[in-house]
Design a protein around this ligand. Structure first.
Ligand code: DLL
Length: 435
């Protein structure tokens, strides 16, 4: 039977939810218009005032907010509360450009942790669980978010952060962790290390994993479930919206329920900005409904997904989003063909390889090249060149069928591809370096 952290909200009727969202949206728009000159200017430019926004049906009248706006307004330009009311910042890893810095009042932190608590309860978490949090702590939102949620649920919380994998396994076996929270790539690595250390799933008590912060495929889910002997659940969020817990998977494991009492979702055509109906793939846009310090109005996430209101067997009425199919800026265009790294991962796992791979894209003599380095397991490894070449050819054929273009496959020795402890780097696009 499904467990809920907040049944009243999670199973609310559509009419009541719409009423709640309408009320909250009106207040949120007023809040940003009055307190954030940056938003006021954007709205003035579009000729909209808070009076024009009477319900979520009017949302389309409001301007979008993009990452470029966040950069322009960095660091304080979108702050909607006096700094003296803020108690925390979190930030993105910021590999390119300026970081995103998000601010929180105490109330923002409470609501964020509540969203994470919903996610933990949805996978069966209770106060009797031991929750091992191996997302990074610090500026990254993963550790602090799940840590807070775990406290709220009353789990015994292990604030491990990422890394030191053998120690992770020692704690897991000694303290009998039942829930694991980390990125899916790190979960795969933890599973691999567990077996390398001579343990089996009988030596651990894990039952569920809450994995997110990066794209992962259904094939990867099954591979982690097998290696750790658990059910693996997805969780989504971004620094801009507070962090993890914008949406979470329930026992049905068919997409993530959005905490839509706090985050109102829209799907738009990324080229035209037009709002698309449920069921169509497009860019996910969020409007925060309750945030105080760092509210977001129509924030373009760049994540591509589909929304559905199909009745869920868990009883939740919260709208569901599909796994993000990649970010609009993750998509590789290789010789004119759109390629998502997730398609490559799907083929690899289907063909019996592990999710240890690295994609390299380059441009040689004006032609794009796609090289996929794939690690062999000990069983797959062979020192006969002919065997390896035959395997490479077979895998290249399967890739061609999925992608429509021919990659060059390089099968490499076991344990030679760097493992990820946080967000995995799967793609090196050298074309960007030449440009
Ligand atoms: O990754 C927050 C988070 C922490 C989510 C822990 C889940 C668990 P950022 O570092 O700002 O925040 O990155 C946000 O990561 O726009 C997506 O592209 C991607 N992402 C997050 N969750 C998922 C997921 C955190 N479940 C960006 N599946 C987002 C696919 C995800 N991509």
């Amino acid at each position: 039977m499904a467990n809920y952290w907040n049944k009243e909200i999670e199973c609310m009727s559509r009419e009541d939810m719409k009423k709640l969202q309408d009320e909250r949206l009106v207040a949120q728009v007023k809040h940003v218009y009055e307190n954030v000159p940056y938003y006021k200017n954007l709205m003035d430019e579009k000729g909209v005032t808070p009076d024009d926004i009477k319900s979520t049906d009017d949302l389309h009248k409001l301007p979008f907010l993009t990452k470029a706006d966040l950069r322009e307004a960095y660091p304080y330009g979108l702050l909607a509360k006096p700094l003296s009311d803020c108690v925390r910042i979190q930030s993105t890893s910021g590999t390119t450009g300026k970081r995103v810095v998000a601010f929180y009042t105490q109330n923002d932190i409470d609501l964020w942790e509540d969203c994470c608590a919903r996610a933990i309860v949805a996978v069966g978490g209770t106060k009797d669980d031991v929750c091992q949090v191996c997302y990074g702590y610090g500026l990254f939102t993963g550790g602090p978010g799940l840590n807070g949620g775990s406290h709220k649920v009353g789990c015994l919380t292990l604030p491990m952060s990422s890394g030191n994998t053998e120690r992770q396994i020692q704690f897991m076996t000694d303290l009998g962790s039942t829930i694991l929270c980390c990125t899916p790539s790190y979960a795969a690595y933890i599973g691999e290390t567990l077996h390398d250390m001579g343990y089996t799933t009988d030596d651990i008590k894990l039952k569920a994993g809450i994995f997110g912060a990066e794209p992962w495929t259904e094939e990867m889910r099954r591979s982690i479930e097998k290696s750790l002997g658990i059910k693996a659940y997805d969780i989504y969020g971004l620094t801009e919206t507070s962090g993890p817990g914008v949406s979470f998977e329930c026992e049905e494991q068919t997409g993530m329920h959005i905490n839509e009492d706090h985050f109102y979702p829209e799907i738009i055509n990324p080229e035209t900005g037009e709002v698309l109906p449920d069921g169509e793939v497009g860019e996910l846009v969020f409007t925060s409904l309750t945030k105080e310090a760092f509210p977001l109005i129509r924030y373009r996430t760049r994540d591509l997904c589909v929304l559905t209101r199909k009745q869920c067997s868990c009883g939740r009425t919260l709208i569901k989003m599909s796994k993000p199919m990649g970010r609009s800026d993750d998509m590789l265009i290789i010789r004119g063909v759109n390629v998502f790294p997730s398609q490559i991962e799907t083929v690899l796992i289907e063909q019996g390889y592990t999710p240890n791979y690295l994609i390299e894209v380059d441009r040689v003599n004006n032609t794009d090249t796609l090289d996929i380095n794939v690690e062999m397991t000990n069983e797959q490894f062979s020192d006969t060149i002919k065997d390896v070449q035959a395997k490479e050819k077979e895998l290249a054929g399967a890739m061609k069928t999925m992608l429509g273009i021919n990659p060059k496959i390089h099968l490499v020795s076991p344990k030679t591809i760097t493992r990820s402890e946080g967000k995995a780097v799967r793609v090196i696009d050298k074309r960007k370096l030449h440009d």
